[in-house]
Design a protein around this ligand. Structure first.
Ligand code: ACO
Length: 427
């Protein structure tokens, strides 16, 4: 693309600079457009809009590529750990051995929650959805950790980021424990981030809990796969909330609220429910037909993505991880067979081929989380736990971006024009 884009509005020509990143599409810088032309751009769903500059995550949806700070998701999932990826996203580079030790130590020391928060949990109904609890508890953290809410102080920003990453597993595990009526399990600093989370979730005070290394590795990988995904709906929500100067805990609570929707993070729960509803391979054609029927709102959950018009690289790793966990735990679940067959049939069906609908990260994640022992209601909470790393990294990047302004889109107004007020008794 040339370095200028031309636009003709109302018969007049305007030139707009074209900005080039390191990879990916160029962007046309239209910041001065309204002032010069008096017109806005119209882009519901932001399908053609770059809302910021970012050096964290790159996605090529056509090629099915996902990079964090330049490293492929395949390499990170295979060779790295969630804590290392968290460090990478927050700090820009992979840590040295000393830096890793120090980061692990910092996160480990922040895993406990203010004891008063246990009382806060008890205000919820026992059957509350874990995401409802997480939204509430994370939003309330600013009341408990007020000493890290000054967003203009880089040290406070980093403390708040560490606190959020460290406390999220404790909060998610407590939400689970509360729903099943078991006592909360305090963190154990001798365990890894992921091992500690498994123990807080599945351990009980009555007996020792031994972390299964295969499950720990699989869970850690699932966290890596969910760590960040550039300017998706929940991350954009965190950035938009943060653009007003809101405190980080409130911003992450906003991200959790957005993630909960079935078109976003709620899809892993919906995907497993759908696979269970299908139940057997012979019923797949019926559901494929429903997904293709314009008059039926049903969609194949875990299929399709706004950005990926190719196989989601995270789904590839997820499918492999399901096999590993099933083999090592010697378990099987007919739902996995249904998923494999459904994928095969859909990928060969002209409807899905033409619309470039492929399995996304959520298609297989439910199968594996269920095998590990999580109820479906916890799936999105686990996503939120992992995505907190991306959210805080993106939030920090936004705060330090000199181009950052309060997010304030405009609109195409289609309501009534000015009219006279009519008194109530005359209407
Ligand atoms: N099943 C059947 N048809 C689908 C599906 C699906 N899962 N997804 C999209 N389509 C069809 C739509 O009906 C539409 O058809 P049309 O052009 O004939 O009207 C076309 O494909 C394009 O779909 P849009 O909804 O316009 O695409 P968009 O980019 O807005 O939506 C989304 C992407 C929301 C992910 C969509 O594919 C979907 O609803 N998938 C199921 C939910 C899901 O798995 N979400 C998880 C996403 S990953 C994540 O958030 C971590």
């Amino acid at each position: 693309m040339s370095d200028t884009a031309k636009l003709n509005v109302g018969g007049k020509d305007f030139d707009y600079p074209v900005m080039t990143g390191t990879i990916g599409p160029d962007v046309v810088d239209i910041r001065k457009m309204y002032a010069q032309t008096g017109a806005f751009t119209y882009d519901p769903g932001f399908t053609s809009t770059a809302s910021c500059q970012s050096n964290l995550t790159y996605i090529d949806g056509d090629e099915g590529v996902l990079l964090h700070r330049g490293y492929t998701i395949g390499d990170l999932a295979e060779k790295s750990s969630f804590m290392e990826v968290a460090y990478l996203l927050l700090n820009g580079e992979l840590p040295s051995s000393d830096e890793m030790d120090s980061f692990n130590g910092t996160i480990t020391r922040h895993t406990m929650l203010h004891e008063q928060l246990a009382t806060f949990f008890r205000g919820f109904r026992r059957d509350a959805h874990p995401m409802a609890i997480m939204c509430g508890v994370v939003g309330a953290l600013s009341a408990f950790y007020h000493d890290s809410t000054d967003i203009h102080d880089p040290r406070q920003r980093m403390i708040a980021s560490h606190r959020l990453i460290a406390k999220m597993p404790t909060i998610a595990a407590m939400a689970y424990k509360y729903s099943v009526g078991q006592p909360f399990v305090y963190p154990d600093n001798s365990l890894s981030y992921t091992g500690n989370f498994l123990r807080m979730t599945f351990g009980v005070p009555a007996e020792p809990y031994v972390v299964n290394p295969v499950v720990e590795k699989a869970m850690d990988r699932i966290f890596i796969l969910h760590a960040d995904h550039e300017q998706n709906a929940s991350t954009s929500t965190v950035r938009l909330a943060g653009s007003s100067g809101a405190n980080p805990f409130a911003c992450i609570a906003a991200g959790i609220a957005c993630l909960w929707g079935p078109a976003h993070g709620g899809a892993n729960e919906a995907a497993l429910n759908m696979l269970r509803e299908i139940g057997t391979v012979d019923r797949i054609p019926e559901f494929i037909a429903r997904a293709k029927d314009k008059n039926d709102p049903f969609r194949l959950m875990g299929f399709g993505h706004r950005v990926y018009k190719n196989y989601d690289p995270r789904a590839t790793v997820m499918q492999k991880t399901v096999r590993e966990v099933f083999e090592s735990l010697n378990v099987s679940d007919p739902v996995f067979d249904v998923a494999l067959k459904l994928e095969e049939i859909a990928l060969n069906d002209p409807y899905f081929v033409e619309k470039k609908l492929f399995p996304n990260v959520d298609f297989y994640s439910g199968v594996i989380l269920s095998a590990i022992g999580f109820p479906t209601s916890m799936f999105t909470a686990l996503f939120a736990l992992a995505r907190t790393v991306g959210w805080v990294a993106q939030w920090n990047e936004m705060i330090t971006d000199p181009d950052q302004k309060i997010g304030r889109p405009r609109q195409l107004y289609t309501g009534p024009t000015t009219r006279d007020y009519v008194a109530l008794d005359a209407r």
